[in-house]
Design a protein around this ligand. Sequence first.
Ligand code: ADP
Ligand code: MG
Length: 319
Amino acid sequence: DLVKDEDLDIMQDLGAGNGGTVTKVWNKKRKCIMARKLILVDAKPSVRKQILRELQIMNDCSSPYIVGYYGCFPVDVHVGIVMEYMDATSLDHIYRNTGPVPIDMVGKVAEAVLRGLMYLYDVHRIIHRDIKPSNILANTAGDIKICDFGVSGELINSIANTFVGTSTYMSPERIQGAPYTIKSDVWSLGISLIELAHGRFPFSDSADEALDFDPDPTLSASTQRPTLSNKPGNPRGGARAMSILDLLQHIVNEPAPKLGTSRRDFPSEAVEFVRGCLDKDPSIRQSPQELLKSKWIVDSQVTKDQLKAWTRQVAPSDD
Ligand code: ADP
Ligand code: MG
């Protein structure tokens, strides 16, 4: 039996992104916490119905690496999607609040994302299209899962018409107009892993490349993470941010970013793995299958208990 909007009591805001707002909700019927995403869909009723139909594929998506799905419904001008609540939040929140992610944990994030991508592609022929730290979630059971994948073509269209995407995790070939492939997701994973390990988005002015994370809560998100953003209250720009065109041009024309800064060293297996994700030529870039066989993933010593301990350490305190 699928969840309805009237079953849900609003608890608190979890965040807002491109075209969506996510709320922690209490499901009165099932007596458990869930997360509800509302997506503003600027489309006529027939398109809205089509979107809700297309989202039904999510009913068949079941994997330990995919955030659970409970249902969707129209909510006035929005489409509501109810999903599993992930109590350690998203990886972008985690690193902004607690600093760079320990490299061994970054390895477990990489493995979970790859297994999630392979599940979506092998079982459902779905390409994610939006891998980034805010779409990688963790819970205090030590699970790492991905969400917000492109199941509905109509939904992708309706959002694209309303919002200019934050294309910062976009691969060079996508920027140049090539169709999405699973290799584009691999590029986005590589960029995301660097961001988590460094504690900052890799494309920004090189002058402060070695800047260490400063968990000063008075710093605004745009200061800590100098990247473009059109989120409200997080104005695009700032002294160290690149404009969208500079950024896209940079991704296409400059060498791919690397794991490691002048101040911080990482294990060579991790550096090698990220290099494999970030070949600018998608035909040379590694596939998820190849990456899962890499030394960094296979030789990882991190146990589920250690992963659980880490997620408990970084999860927001419950108040
Ligand atoms: P974006 O992914 O672009 O940041 P979203 O609207 O998809 O924007 O999500 C907003 C925020 O809500 C995310 O950054 C994440 O921290 C939080 N969030 C999304 N889904 C969940 C979930 N299932 N459980 C807990 N937090 C979530
Ligand atoms: Mg998201």
